[in-house]
Design a protein. Structure first.
Length: 433
């Protein structure tokens, strides 16, 4: 165990929304931290691309480094916060070098951990320092600590939930305001829930998927999966889908799901239609919720804010206090040598009922054409909603199917690309349970 002195030198690398909020929190809560841990913290180095960028708080230029790697050469650091947010490049380099120099690292960087977590964990264990990343999943919800400590003796077989506050806000606000995806996205950007420049990684499901891979590794004591999985975002969800779901007493939610099926690992992120009568169907706004299923505890639920620098900083400070109290731990709960690889589940065999929305020419025989092709691929129809638009001679056909496999759905829908009576490629949303 690395001995922690009473005076702790801290470096913050990356001064975006999270880094600058953290910088202020550390400065304003020094006494509280000392009271709870007996350790005095000092921010002795900070680093960002641009020292002159306009920020909410004044930056001490005397401790600023334009090259974060210089911090490790010129300063004695006990704990380094990495909040650049890249999976590779300088993010990976600064964390690797810090761990090699026996410096504890705390990061909210889910992209880095999902891609290089196994390697970085081994490095931390070798040098007997901590690599903490509570803030990488579900904002302020202490889900990783709960799995590593509170549920440590349980056999978890499934973990799922709403893991991205940005997309949850957009879907909830579309329903509440009756506004389009594009308008609500602009609202989310103004409120700071979505990146002002390029929110793609939230919207396309990547952010949630990185989190589900971290949750899988912790829940099932496995190496981080590298297999190809289903990953879909919310960019193709239209206000029309939200309205139709509402008529069916359903809501659209972007869910991350990971479970062990027949001894194999299944991971996915995609929009789901969930009942308004379920718990997950009533987690709205920027809230995240993570549900674990295991033995003997059964079902456990944690809910809280998942977007914004405040909840993220809460988890970063929790990791800081854990280190200051002298708790050297395995990053993924158990030794890297004991974490196993697991065979991936064949995604083609994933089964769901489906919501299929077709925009078609309002002509006789189009509906029977669709249902016949569904039947050809053994997809049986449970419910049909047909809404004609007489003026434009078009119609919307919504079909709810019985359960079918992923490969059947994919092969069946590919046929509709070539039909002139189908005006747009069908919208598919899977029903959850």
């Amino acid at each position: 165990m690395i001995k922690i002195n009473n005076n702790i030198n801290i470096a913050i690398v990356g001064l975006g929304q999270i880094g600058i909020y953290l910088y202020n929190e550390l400065n304003t809560k020094k006494r509280e931290i000392e009271k709870k841990t007996g350790k005095r913290i000092n921010i002795v180095a900070i680093s960002a691309k641009n020292i002159n960028k306009k920020r909410r708080f004044n930056i001490n230029k005397n401790i600023f480094f334009s090259n974060p790697l210089d911090i490790l050469k010129k300063k004695k650091i006990d704990i380094l916060f990495e909040s650049i947010g890249k999976s590779d490049g300088i993010s990976k380099k600064i964390v690797e070098n810090a761990l090699k120099k026996k410096i504890n690292v705390i990061t909210p960087n889910k992209a880095l951990i999902a891609k290089h977590g196994d390697q970085l964990a081994r490095l931390a264990e070798k040098n007997k320092v901590n690599l903490e990343f509570e803030a990488s999943v579900a904002g302020g919800i202490p889900i990783l600590k709960t799995i590593k400590e509170g549920l440590a003796t349980n056999k978890i077989n499934k973990v799922y939930g709403i893991l991205n506050g940005t997309t949850n806000y957009i879907l909830s606000e579309m329903e509440n305001s009756n506004e389009t995806f594009d308008k609500v996205l602009k609202k989310a950007q103004k409120l700071g829930y979505a990146e002002p420049g390029n929110p793609k990684l939230d919207l396309n499901g990547f952010d949630a998927f990185a989190k589900i891979r971290i949750l899988s590794a912790l829940s099932f004591n496995t190496k981080i999966s590298k297999s190809k999985c289903i990953m879909e975002g919310i960019e193709n969800i239209k206000l029309e889908d939200i309205k139709i779901a509402n008529q069916l007493d359903l809501r659209v939610k972007l869910l991350g799901i990971s479970e062990i099926i027949d001894g194999q690992l299944f991971e996915t992120v995609h929009p789901c239609l969930v009942s308004k009568n379920t718990y997950i169907g009533n987690v709205n706004g920027v809230m995240n919720a993570v549900i674990t299923e295991g033995e003997p505890v059964g079902e456990s639920i944690l809910q809280g804010e998942g977007a914004g620098p405040g909840p993220t900083s809460s988890s970063l400070l929790s990791d800081l206090l854990s280190i200051l109290r002298g708790n050297t731990k395995y990053p993924f709960g158990i030794s890297s040598n004991k974490r196993k690889k697991i065979k991936p589940f064949n995604n083609d065999n994933y089964t769901n009922s489906l919501y299929l929305r077709f925009n078609v020419k309002d002509k006789q025989g189009v509906l029977s054409l669709i249902t016949n092709r569904l039947a050809k691929y053994k997809i049986s129809v449970k419910r049909i909603i047909q809404t004609p638009d007489k003026k434009s001679k078009k119609a919307t056909i919504v079909i709810i199917t019985h359960k079918t496999s992923e490969i059947n759905a994919r092969n069946c829908l590919s046929i509709f690309k070539k039909n002139r009576n189908i005006l747009k490629f069908p919208t598919l949303i899977r029903l959850y349970n």
